[in-house]
Design a binder for this molecule. Sequence first.
Ligand SMILES: [Zn+2]
Length: 128
Amino acid sequence: MPAAFGKCYDPTGRRYGIPTYPWHFAPTGLATRRQLRAQGLRPGGQPVVAQVMLRHRRRKGGAFVAYLYREDLAKPVRPMTSRKWGALALAMLARRTCPQCRRDAGYVIPPSLGTCVTCAYPEEQRAA
Ligand SMILES: [Zn+2]
């Protein structure tokens, strides 16, 4: 393992306080704020769960850090304010609301499932 990699690799958070991964080596299911935004999501008030670290050899003692959030806890970006958009957002919200757990799933409920994925596959969700 290269030294720089080792310095950035701390999945238990013992060294940095929170789990830390080298740049590009974040576990799946975690995303930076910018990556969430690219998917139309926002952290939605959830705490930072981990960070990715990029060592800068030229920057003195420098390390660039980006915080990671859980994609499954991320919320859709707030809809626009105008009435027209509000009505559309309400319609979208209805389509995203799971009829079983009554929660906003964050995505349109798949007609094939009829419920959100969490309700459809409770076992898989618990194992993940
Ligand atoms: Zn549900």
